[in-house]
Unconditional design. Structure first.
Length: 402
């Protein structure tokens, strides 16, 4: 099976070693860096390289664990810079903090800090873990940050926090792909998210694995992917979520001018074990014009609804061809066009639900060729093309080879 992904004008294909596409595989290798290249192999050398960073420069980090003595700041108007692990394996380069529960964090409250006019910054092929606040924080003034094949783990608050300015203007055109964003077990408290974007436009979050975004027992974590406070035109596709409490939210409450606007949520695999108390897997809240297409959701009885659309501002919403084990429901006056959804899925429909593998079995006849033809989701989770006739319901289009 092949995974075909458009990326900056190109079409790339990746196949994993077992023949199946996987969320958060390493992805196609990045091209060699162009421009100036600075190689570092010590924490002191890394800090100095970041301090001296100039536009057009790539910092290549040698294999190793780098216990940060201070947050790495990327700003001062730099453009077209990169911070990359040299081997291409995100597990080979670890930027390590003092610990997500260690309030004595010294100069390293965060892992990577971005702001002050930085644009087109690439962070790739590395792990950032163990910080009291955020492994990555992106502040207003940044444009088009790109996170590729990274692992963000065990931060005390949001694992990736993207802030607006005082007027609500957010960071636009970010990309997060081929990455793992997770807690080893669960978060420090309820105040956490995986990717949290306030006021930003045109973000793309695709082909990532999100795991264990959940609060301590008795608490409810924030949505794993949360686009709010005037965010718009977000694309969330081809991700896998395993044991998170709330997976995707376009909007969180009523907001002046809509909490979110437009955007597409498509081809995501969402699995939640029965022991993980949660909320709706997909929320469209005060977000007009949003499309929710071909997602597969197994919440195992942890909440009555798999998808909710909420408040009068949620108008012009299209929810089509989603395969779920719970209801799709309006709340507080939300309005949506519902087409081709199936809400009575069971674990037997899928190859290995507990591992997040929600590919269809050939016996899942209630989903096979039962969808409606809908523009906007021509390929499935793997990148396989859907037929011109009725598609399968959910994120996977069953292939003859299975």
């Amino acid at each position: 099976m092949r995974w075909v992904i458009p990326l900056i004008g190109a079409v790339l294909a990746v196949t994993s070693s077992d023949g199946s596409a996987k969320s958060a595989s390493s992805g196609p290798p990045l091209p060699p860096p162009s421009g100036a290249v600075v190689r570092v192999s010590t924490e002191a050398g890394l800090q100095e390289a970041v301090r001296r960073l100039r536009s057009g420069t790539t910092i290549l980090i040698a294999r190793g664990t780098y216990r940060l003595t201070s947050t790495l700041p990327i700003g001062n108007g730099v453009e077209g810079v990169a911070l990359r692990g040299e081997t291409g394996n995100r597990d080979d380069v670890v930027l390590l903090g003092p610990g997500m529960t260690n309030a004595d964090y010294g100069g390293a409250p965060h892992g990577i800090w971005m702001g002050n006019g930085a644009s087109n910054v690439l962070i790739a092929n590395l792990t950032v873990t163990g910080f009291y606040f955020h492994p990555v924080i992106v502040n207003a003034g940044t444009t088009a940050p790109h996170f590729y094949n990274v692992r963000l783990a065990d931060g005390g608050q949001q694992l990736m926090k993207v802030n607006p300015d005082a007027d609500g203007k957010g960071v636009d055109r970010g990309i997060v792909e081929y990455s793992v964003i997770e807690f080893t077990t669960r978060s420090r408290d309820h105040y956490t998210n995986g990717v949290d974007v306030l006021g930003g436009a045109g973000w793309i979050v695709r082909h990532n694995l999100f795991r264990n975004i959940q609060a301590p027992r008795g608490q409810l974590a924030g949505p794993t992917i949360m686009m709010i406070r005037g965010a718009r035109d977000s694309l969330v596709e081809g991700n896998t979520f395993v044991n998170c409490q709330r997976e995707i939210a376009f909007g969180l409450g009523q907001f002046n001018g809509n909490d979110h606007h437009g955007g597409i949520i498509r081809n995501n695999f969402i699995y939640r074990d029965a022991s993980v108390a949660g909320d709706a897997a997909i929320n469209v809240i005060d977000s007009p014009g949003t499309q929710v297409l071909h997602n597969t959701i197994v919440t195992s009885g942890t909440y009555p609804n798999a998808i909710e659309y909420r408040f009068p501002g949620a108008t012009g919403v299209l929810i089509a061809n989603n395969l779920t084990d719970a209801a799709i429901t309006s709340r507080d006056g939300g309005v949506a066009d519902l087409r081709g959804n199936y809400t009575n899925a069971t674990p037997a429909f899928f190859v290995n639900p507990a591992a997040g593998d929600l590919h269809l079995r050939a016996t899942a006849t209630a989903a096979l060729n039962k969808g409606v033809v809908t523009a906007g989701a021509d390929t499935d989770w793997d990148g396989d093309r859907r037929p011109g006739g009725p598609p399968d319901i959910g994120a996977d289009e069953l292939q003859e080879s299975r």
